[in-house]
Structures are given as structure tokens and as C-alpha cells.
Design a protein around this ligand. Structure first.
Ligand code: SAH
Length: 350
């Protein structure tokens, strides 16, 4: 893939004219059809725990937020949610959690991954999204059967990263984790929040250059949405949902046009800003959706940002709703398939 042109990225992200925007989305959609097809793959997401040792200034479940009831799913709860997804032919699950690296947690995840693999006859794909860990931990989880990992860099700019995190949160260590994951054989996903406080279009252009340079397989990006119990709650006084949504959709489209064959998720945060935000994400070039399969009673305690949708729904309701939404825009769901990143397949001779 040729190196993206930074100036061109900034030009595309600056578009506001409606016709030009339509043109960009159409180009992104055509690129998607050509390089990844019109199938949407599901990754059922299990929100395993909101206990977190990190204190990121934008996140609702940061350790410093006293207004959250902390929970951890039991092994049975986590495994049965995953097996529900298996029965529904979702193909893959994502296990996501606040960050912990204690031995008990590492063992717990290993056990859950192994059990899900066994009980699904090795058929259910497993992605982990459990933050920064040691190489040893990543190796153990890979050996247990996880094969994809999502670790957003959040922003590729060190200085901006330092404004959004406490001093002991280390950007370089995080990049090192992404490289380690790739080296160990994981399909590796990263991403950023779009429209962060202090972020400009140059930062976002550099984010795309970063995805290209790190040879990323999958992308999960979403709009930044303030959470009231965070230090950054009022950092953008004139926060405008429409503008944030539009910028996030442009980022998806530009990534599709330039990076072509990576998997790109249409994230829940898009839906938080607009009811059909995820469908708009698919039309702007995304090809992955991560339906929430967490038991309803835990959902209210996993609020990373304000206005997270579907808190009072259950996994079955989300499935029916998604099917209707996806067929309404003329796409198909790739049931019972892993839907691996075509980029990863190509670079790994598959
Ligand atoms: N602990 C894991 C999972 C984090 S939660 C990890 O570190 O990878 C998943 C993602 O939610 C984060 O990577 C972040 O990009 C996103 N997120 C957190 N707070 C947010 C906010 N206020 N608005 C939008 N996205 C947010």
C-alpha cells in the first residue's frame, strides 16, 4: 500500500460541502466493496468488568470515578454470553474490560478464553480488549486461543496523549504493546478517539499515518463523547454532536480510501450520537459491528461516555434490531464466520 499523503488527508477531513462529502463516502464505499466486500461481520462484545487501574481523564470507568458500582462477571456469566453469541452464529466475540494485570485476572482470562474455545468446538473467534499487558500475558492468552487484540492508541501524538492521561500512563509502552501483539501473531487492531479536547485535524492525519506505519490489521475508532464524572467533562464547552459524528464518519471514510483492506468497526459511540450512526459508519466504509451481548443488569455500570445506547436492552433485542438495520441499507451479515482482516490474511500469506 502506498504511503498516504498527509496534506491530502487534511484536505479530505476538512470537507464540509455536502456534495463533496457524498463523493468521499461513495468513494469509501466503493473501496470497501472492492477490498472487503459488502458483508458485515459481528463481534459480540462482553463487557467483563469495569474495575480499572488506569485513570484516563476522558473515561467514565476510570479508577478515580467514585460514582460507579464496580463489577466483574463470573466465569459462568462470561462464558454463557459468549456461547449465546455462538448459538446466534455471530462468528466472534470480543472480551473487553477495564485494565487489570494482577495474576488472578490473567489466570481468569486465560481460563475463560480456553473454556469458550472448548465449548464452541474451536469455532468461535475470540478478540481481547484488555489493555496493556506484559508480553508473557499476551503469550498466555494467545496460547489459550485468543487470536485478535484491540488496543487503541487513543491518539498517536505523545503530547496530546500526555494531556489526556496522568503522568504514569506511558504512550511509548502502549505502542510497544501494539508491536508485541503483532509480533506474537495476533491480528492487531488499534484506533483513536475523534474530536478529543485539544485535538486538531493534523493530529488526526498523523493518526492515519500511524495506522499505516504500524501496518495495522483492524481499526476501531469513535467520536469522543464527554462523560460527566471525568476531569475533561467540560473541556469542550460547545460540544456539538452533529459535528463530532460528521468528523468521525470522515475519519472512517478516509481510512477506508487510503488503507483499503483493513477491518474497520462501526462503533457504538457513533450510535450514541445518532440513532442510525452505525449504519452511517457502514456506508462510510466500516465493515464490522460489535453488538453488545452483556447481560442487561451490568450495562449501566459500563458507561465509558455519556448517553451510551441500549442500556435497557438485552442481547436478543440487539440482534433483531441490527438485522433490520443492516438489511435496510442493503448489506448482508456474515453469520458464523470469523471475518478475518483481509489485510492480515494478505500479509500472512493466508
Ligand atoms: N481497558 C481497555 C478497554 C478500554 S475501553 C483498553 O485500555 O484498551 C474501550 C475504549 O473506549 C477506549 O480505548 C477508548 O478509546 C474508548 N473511550 C473511553 N472513554 C471514552 C469517551 N469518553 N468517549 C469515547 N470513547 C471513549
Amino acid at each position: 500500500m502506498t504511503k498516504p499523503d498527509r496534506a491530502e488527508i487534511i484536505r479530505l477531513l476538512s470537507i464540509t460541502d455536502k456534495d463533496e462529502l457524498d463523493k468521499l463516502f461513495k468513494q469509501a464505499y466503493a473501496t470497501k466493496l472492492q477490498h472487503v466486500g459488502n458483508k458485515v461481520y459481528f463481534r459480540g462484545i462482553v463487557e467483563l468488568s469495569n474495575i480499572c487501574k488506569k485513570d484516563c481523564y476522558y473515561c467514565g470507568i476510570r479508577s478515580g470515578n467514585q460514582n460507579v458500582d464496580r463489577f466483574v462477571l463470573s466465569k459462568d456469566e462470561a462464558v454463557s454470553s459468549a456461547l449465546w453469541a455462538y448459538e446466534q452464529q455471530y462468528g466472534s466475540v470480543v472480551i473487553q474490560s477495564g485494565e487489570r494485570d494482577d495474576e488472578q485476572f490473567v489466570d481468569f482470562i486465560e481460563d475463560i478464553v480456553r473454556t469458550i474455545r472448548q465449548k464452541s468446538n474451536n469455532e468461535l473467534g475470540i478478540t481481547l480488549s484488555l489493555g496493556e499487558q506484559t508480553e508473557e500475558t499476551y503469550k498466555r492468552w494467545y496460547a489459550a486461543g485468543a487470536h485478535r487484540y484491540l488496543l487503541r492508541i487513543e491518539t498517536s501524538n505523545r503530547d496530546l496523549y500526555a494531556k489526556l492521561h496522568p503522568a504514569d500512563h506511558d504512550w511509548d509502552y502502549r505502542v510497544g504493546c501494539i508491536r508485541t501483539l503483532k509480533r506474537l501473531g495476533y491480528q492487531c487492531g488499534t484506533g483513536v478517539m475523534i474530536g478529543l479536547p485539544y485535538q486538531n485535524l493534523e493530529h488526526l492525519a498523523d493518526d492515519i499515518m500511524f495506522f499505516w506505519e504500524e501496518d495495522i490489521d483492524m481499526l476501531g475508532m469513535g467520536p469522543y463523547i464527554p462523560h460527566d464524572d471525568t476531569p475533561l467533562a467540560r473541556a469542550i464547552p460547545d460540544y456539538n454532536e452533529e459535528e463530532h459524528l460528521s468528523l468521525a464518519l470522515k475519519m472512517i471514510a478516509v481510512c477506508r480510501v487510503l488503507l483499503k483492506d483493513v477491518n474497520i468497526a462501526s462503533t457504538t459511540a457513533l450510535q450514541a450520537l445518532k440513532d442510525d450512526g452505525r449504519e452511517l459508519g457502514l456506508l462510510a466504509g466500516a465493515n464490522i459491528i460489535m453488538p453488545n451481548i452483556t447481560e442487561t443488569k451490568y450495562r449501566t455500570n459500563y458507561q465509558l461516555y455519556r448517553g451510551k445506547p441500549c442500556l435497557d436492552e438485552n442481547a436478543g433485542m440487539c440482534r433483531g434490531c441490527l438485522e433490520r438495520r443492516i438489511s435496510a441499507i442493503g448489506e448482508e451479515i456474515g453469520y458464523a464466520q470469523w471475518g478475518d482482516s483481509p489485510h492480515w490474511k494478505k500479509t500472512h500469506g493466508k
